[in-house]
Design a protein around this ligand. Structure first.
Ligand code: WQD
Length: 338
């Protein structure tokens, strides 16, 4: 049973990925300092997979403490690196904090991986590396524009670092998520945004449950079908399964290059208003929102050409937008009563 080290394992995508890895026969350990997550999510994981997951509460910016994890676990076969700050707006206010945290943690985990001969590395990247693309439908070869935020810049720099340190012995994969949303169908784990949610779907569900009085649609005067921005929303469990497939791909030496890149999106673009309408249909209630001004840094429209992940990883996203809204709403209702 191959042991996988998941950094950021208590986070939204990290926790769902741990579930999928364990369900597919991997042994997993987590590293998460819980600065932006809650260790209680491990209880939810345990209820699904009926196994305790060990989390090392370590800040990956501390090289010595990170190194000690590898000394204690000399049988790690692969690493999935999620741990990073990811709030676009916050990164604009505190760029240095983002560059220091996201890049130092990446450099430390890669240094340890190489030191201990852990030669399979999956990097959590994002469609934000494309910036504002000339065409809304992007492939992995679409030229990257200037990142719209320091957060996006850390993902572009992170991809460059991983690319440059990869070789025919240290092989890696860059997974570019589009917009991960929803919650595990068991309703035992889901998204736990820290503070006021910046992202669309938690803003919708928190408004619907009454935690927020009203939400704003940031602009409806864009050149899109209804004036609001277009994104490729993808269920977090579909994203999670892509990581399991990516590890099999590396462990079985299927990689075509030292650092293969994959878009993880459904290939469908939905506007903000379409997402809200779908939520209202699924929840059976109207959402209290108004149209606000455009949000700086927003990309007008972007969605994935996902053929490469389908053909090379054998990945087939299965959740619909309705499923995403249904599971996100279920999770919000559960969090409200706990
Ligand atoms: C989506 C659309 C908003 C909130 C970012 C990062 C990406 C990933 C996800 C980390 C936009 C609109 C939102 C609200 C709104 N981050 N919106 N009212 O900006 O596409 O992606 O978060 O994994 O890397 O770039 O996601 O959900 O913030 O916004 O109208 O209250 O919803 O303007 O058009 P985004 P988002």
């Amino acid at each position: 049973m191959s042991k996988i080290l998941v950094t950021g394992g208590c986070g939204f995508i990290g926790s769902h990925t741990i579930v999928d890895l364990v369900e597919n026969g991997f042994e997993v350990i987590s590293v998460d300092n819980n600065s932006r997550s809650n260790e209680s999510i491990l209880n939810g994981i345990e209820k699904i997979v009926h196994k305790k997951i060990k989390n090392y509460k370590v800040d990956l910016c501390n090289y010595d403490e990170t190194y000690a994890i590898f000394q204690e676990n000399t049988d790690i076969a692969g690493i999935i690196h999620f741990a990073a700050y990811k709030a676009v707006g916050e990164s604009v206010e505190k760029p240095l904090m983002y560059y220091e945290n996201n890049l130092t943690s990446l450099i430390n985990i890669v240094k340890c991986a190489k030191e201990f001969g852990v030669n399979n590395f999956v990097f959590s990247s994002s469609c934000t590396v494309y910036g504002n693309p000339d065409t809304a439908l992007v492939t992995e070869l679409t030229p990257q524009k200037k990142a719209e935020s320091p957060y996006g810049a850390t993902k572009q720099m992170g991809e460059q670092i991983v690319t440059d340190v990869s070789s025919n012995t240290f092989t890696s994969i860059l997974l570019r998520y589009f917009n991960p949303v929803g919650a595990h169908p068991s309703n035992q784990i889901g998204e736990l945004p820290v503070g006021k949610p910046q992202n669309l779907v938690p803003a919708i569900t928190q408004t619907a449950i009454g935690k927020l009085p009203q939400m704003k649609v940031w602009g409806n005067d864009y050149d899109t079908k209804d004036g609001s921005c277009v994104r490729d929303y993808i269920h977090v469990s579909d994203i999670a399964h892509a990581h399991t497939l990516a590890l099999h791909y590396l462990l079985n030496k299927k990689n075509k290059t030292n650092c293969d890149i994959f878009n993880l999106g459904t290939g469908n673009g939905y506007t903000v208003l379409e997402v809200i309408n779908t939520f209202e249909k699924v929840a059976g209630q109207k959402l209290n929102y108004i149209i606000g001004p455009r949000r700086s840094g927003d990309v007008v429209a972007i969605y994935a050409n996902n053929e490469k992940a389908k053909n090379e990883l054998g990945w087939n996203p299965k959740y619909s937008l309705e499923d995403m809204m249904y599971t996100a709403w279920n999770w919000e209702k559960k969090c409200a009563i706990e």
